[in-house]
Design a protein around this ligand. Structure first.
Ligand SMILES: [Zn+2]
Length: 272
């Protein structure tokens, strides 16, 4: 039985139904005599509480950790036997930062993937063009990337995905097939929206935490943790990213790991 939302929910409901049936069967006669002080009710109530806690904890981690493929199968890493990795930059494009980053990538002839937010694209279409012209891949990272993105209906999520895809297509004449859920959070509504969009859900295997850590802390983390087949999550909306990227590229060269595009790493088509 695969560990996913459907199977875990099915199991949880089965356990709850079973406990309630046992409670009704075994406890009914005693209930008439002893009321709710009957020990069987205590046991059943405890088991119901434990099952609910386990279920809710599983839902939390299943939604928070995209790598668990709990709600939807995401592509989070590649074959660990091949000494190749991909670097991905989320939440741009950002004036100056994304452009400076492109210069570093060009200098080292490294191809990267940019998961862009639709509303950030609107006023930076020239940057989007440049990213594409330099051979990098552009993916969809929703239109608003709002904090409450995951609270929306699948219909609204799909509308954001479609709007961003259309926007990207209007600029580079290619429509992305890759979508990275905002914050990497997944849930049944998101799963439905992605399925309907027929896009690949893309996660990561190494999170740099570059937006909350210092430059040195970020570098220390990604240098010490990088492994073959990794998809690394970075962001092109903070100034540190330029130096982090350049130093990390040099590091991977020294240890014999090649940085390739996500398309190459995962052997998928990035555009429809
Ligand atoms: Zn993001």
């Amino acid at each position: 039985m695969r560990f996913n939302y459907k199977n875990i929910t099915y199991k949880f409901l089965l356990i709850v139904s079973f406990l309630i049936i046992i409670g009704i069967n075994k406890g009914f006669n005693y209930l008439l005599i002893n009321g709710f002080s009957n020990p069987i009710y205590g046991t059943i109530t405890s088991l119901l509480i434990i099952s609910t806690i386990v279920y809710l904890t599983t839902l939390f981690f299943g939604s928070y950790l995209i790598q668990l493929n709990f709600h939807i199968k995401s592509l989070n890493k590649a074959d660990r036997t091949i000494n190749k990795i991909a670097i991905t930059f989320d939440d741009g494009p950002t004036p100056q930062i994304t452009e400076n980053l492109l210069n570093v990538l060009e200098k080292h002839n490294v191809k990267a993937t940019f998961f862009m937010i639709g509303k950030n694209i609107e006023n930076n279409k020239n940057i989007v063009k440049k990213v594409d012209a330099q051979g990098h891949i552009i993916g969809n990272h929703s239109y608003y990337h709002a904090n409450m993105f995951d609270m929306q209906s699948s219909k609204k999520m799909l509308a954001e995905i479609t709007k961003t895809n259309k926007l990207i297509k209007s600029i580079i004449n290619k429509e992305p097939t890759i979508f990275r859920p905002p914050f990497g959070i997944t849930n049944p509504m998101l799963a439905k929206a992605v399925r309907k969009s027929k896009m690949h859900s893309i996660g990561w295997s190494l999170r740099s935490l570059d937006t909350i850590k210092t430059k040195n802390q970020t570098l220390k983390k990604i240098k010490s943790k990088v492994k073959n087949g990794d998809i690394i999550l970075l962001h092109d909306n903070n100034n540190n990213i330029i130096e982090i990227t350049e130093e990390f590229i040099n590091y991977t060269k020294n240890i014999g790991i090649e940085i390739v595009s996500l398309e190459h790493l995962l052997k998928i088509k990035a555009y429809k």
